[in-house]
Design a protein around this ligand. Structure first.
Ligand SMILES: NC(=O)c1ccc[n+]([C@@H]2O[C@H](COP(=O)([O-])OP(=O)(O)OC[C@H]3O[C@@H](n4cnc5c(N)ncnc54)[C@H](OP(=O)(O)O)[C@@H]3O)[C@@H](O)[C@H]2O)c1
Length: 281
């Protein structure tokens, strides 16, 4: 990811200095005009803003603590993924060193870095965001989420949570129709080109205001009706000889919603189950 970020910054006309633990990984950048710093302190001192994209927060601390006083009065933008508590702790760490800190998260893979519609999430210091917005915009579409520094990594976790659940949903459904020799290409046309945008996406977008109100009217379909569907899906998976844990888990969640008072409400009332921590087993 670091290579993609540095290359994009250079392409947008920013004089760019890089440092990486394994320096030779920057060879291709150096031939294009990027300066390779010999030390972390040199890299931090070279520019008004330092963009960090390492494995995790611990790695950022280990690397930047070698920069000593060079961090003082500098702006740091950290793009590694992590947890909200880690993002909060990073603010304290940066403040102790005199640096202004903004957290961030990259929502695209390296080949999409630099595209104007590739979203980069930021949260924390608004001063850092405002001052360096033009630089950040070269890497992608910069979205400032607010002064709470944990928001970027929280959104990142939420979007990836949704991505894995959605991909698993499609892959599981593909295995299910595949049990009758239907190809993924054939299924994708109906599932992804019609069902997702026309049924799933539009329903969720339309009902989002009700989620905020905790309003789950069951007049066009109740939790019981959905539990019935999940029972049929589970039995179909068993009959067709494919993995059945995913529908079993969804069925258990709907049963819990009913047990906790969502009988007669629509399926989106499972949100109330998701809002609570899972009790220790
Ligand atoms: N790749 C993606 O698709 C993607 C997308 C969005 C967000 N991200 C996030 O971006 C961050 C970096 O991801 P990546 O894909 O660039 O991972 P990566 O290719 O594994 O690179 C990890 C970076 O951390 C450095 N590093 C690891 N351990 C270190 C240590 N002990 N001391 C010093 N440096 C160390 C590595 O240095 P060396 O080169 O010396 O090993 C390398 O620069 C992650 O937090 C990831 O979640 C990645």
């Amino acid at each position: 990811m670091g290579l993609a970020l540095a290359e994009t910054l250079l392409e947008h006309g920013h004089p760019t200095t890089v440092w990486n633990r394994t320096p030779e990984k920057a060879n291709s950048l150096v031939t294009k005009g990027v300066h390779r710093a010999g030390t972390v302190a040199e890299a931090v001192s070279a520019s008004p803003v330092t963009i960090v994209c390492l494995k995790d927060y611990e790695t950022m601390y280990a690397v930047l603590d070698t920069a000593g006083d060079a961090l003082k009065d500098r702006a740091l933008v950290n793009l590694n993924s992590g947890t909200p508590n880690e993002a909060h702790a990073a603010v304290g760490w940066a403040t102790e060193r005199g640096a202004a800190y903004m957290d961030g998260a990259i929502m695209v893979p390296p080949p999409l870095v630099g595209h104007p519609d590739s979203v980069f999430l930021y949260s924390g210091s608004q001063d850092v965001f405002d001052e360096h917005r033009a630089t950040l915009a070269g890497m992608g579409d910069p979205r400032y989420l607010g002064s709470d520094p944990s928001l970027a990594v929280l959104y990142n976790a939420a979007l990836l949570d949704m991505m894995y659940a959605t991909m698993n949903g499609f892959l599981h459904a593909t295995a299910l129709v595949g049990s009758a020799n239907v190809s993924a290409v054939t299924f994708a046309d109906l599932a992804l080109n019609w069902f997702m945008p026309s049924v799933v996406d539009s329903t969720l977008t339309e009902q989002a205001p009700d989620l905020d109100k905790g309003n789950y009217p069951g007049d066009v379909g109740t939790m019981e009706m959905n539990l019935n569907a999940l029972e049929h899906i589970t039995r179909t998976c068993v009959e067709q000889g494919i993995h059945s844990e995913q529908p079993r888990l969804m069925k258990a969640i709907a049963e819990q919603a009913i047990a906790e008072g969502s009988s007669g409400k629509n399926y989106l009332a499972v949100l109330e189950v998701f809002k609570k921590a899972t009790p220790p087993s």
